[in-house]
Design a protein around this ligand. Structure first.
Ligand code: URA
Length: 253
């Protein structure tokens, strides 16, 4: 038995030509959607703790679609175990809230680097260590988005630990933001940060420390300049776009 504890599968499950590329989604339904829509010869490797994984091929290339779970601590565990299995490239396919008025619901953001305000990342590298995507993966994602005619933006993402306080939301259970979190959307807007999400910064620091390639494409599902709410009616279409940009990037890698 060579199963890794959280992935719940091991090298012996991956065959003679094990996947070197993994798509990583926060939501297990998205991991299943990627595999079900785009993979040939899909195998479900694990359905465990909501951190489900699938293996298949795209254009003959073996590939994984795995779930990170929500937030950087969970992602860090799944990525650590994927790298133990020989994965060399991780592409996060996420959802996100925009900070800039020209980044609209339904657009996709490709992260070139993160403002990484994430506790898990401190266990991996110093706070000031850069959190940047692999430039070749980012260009592959941008080429894919351009080819597919998507509205895409390439730039800086704020990767934070919380959906509410860390993203300056006061409409949840806690209306009392700390002073440092009041006016966060305006502050980040002025710093030309494009969007909020909860995993990429830690993924990028892990990539530089461990020596693998990482990229991130996120579907915009909230416009924080307008509202704190997710636009549920447009979520599926936005997620479909981010997935198709991620899959389309493979041929540029
Ligand atoms: N994910 C986030 O982290 N923030 C949002 O606003 C939407 C999705």
């Amino acid at each position: 038995m060579d199963k890794l504890y959280h992935l719940n599968f091991g090298k012996s499950d991956l065959g003679d030509n094990p996947p070197k590329i993994a798509f990583l989604s926060g939501d297990p339904a998205r991991a299943a959607q990627i595999a079900g829509t785009f993979f040939d010869k899909v195998t479900c490797l694990s359905e465990y703790r909501g951190l489900d994984s699938y293996m298949g091929k795209i254009g003959g290339v073996p590939i994984l679609s795995t779930t990170s779970g929500m937030g950087a601590p969970s992602l860090s565990i799944m990525v650590n175990e994927l790298i133990q299995l020989g994965v060399e490239t991780v592409i996060r396919v996420g959802t996100s809230g925009s900070i800039q008025p020209d980044v609209k619901v339904g657009d996709v953001v490709i992260t070139s680097g993160s403002l990484c305000v994430q506790g898990a990342a401190h266990d991996i590298a110093p706070r000031d260590y850069p959190a940047h995507a692999d430039p070749f993966v980012s260009v592959a994602l941008a080429n894919s988005a351009k080819e597919q005619g998507k509205n895409y933006h390439l730039g800086i993402t704020a990767s934070v630990d919380t959906f509410y306080e860390g993203q300056g939301r006061v409409s949840g259970a806690n209306p009392n933001l700390m002073r440092s979190h009041q006016g966060l959307v305006d502050e980040y807007q002025q710093l030309n940060v494009l969007n909020f999400e909860m995993e990429a910064g830690t993924l990028f620091k892990m990539a530089s420390v461990y020596g693998f390639k990482a990229g991130c494409v996120c579907a915009i599902i909230a416009e924080r300049v307008e509202s704190e709410n997710v636009v549920m009616e447009m979520k599926n279409a936005a997620v479909d776009s981010a997935i198709s940009v991620a899959v389309g990037a493979l041929k540029y890698l």
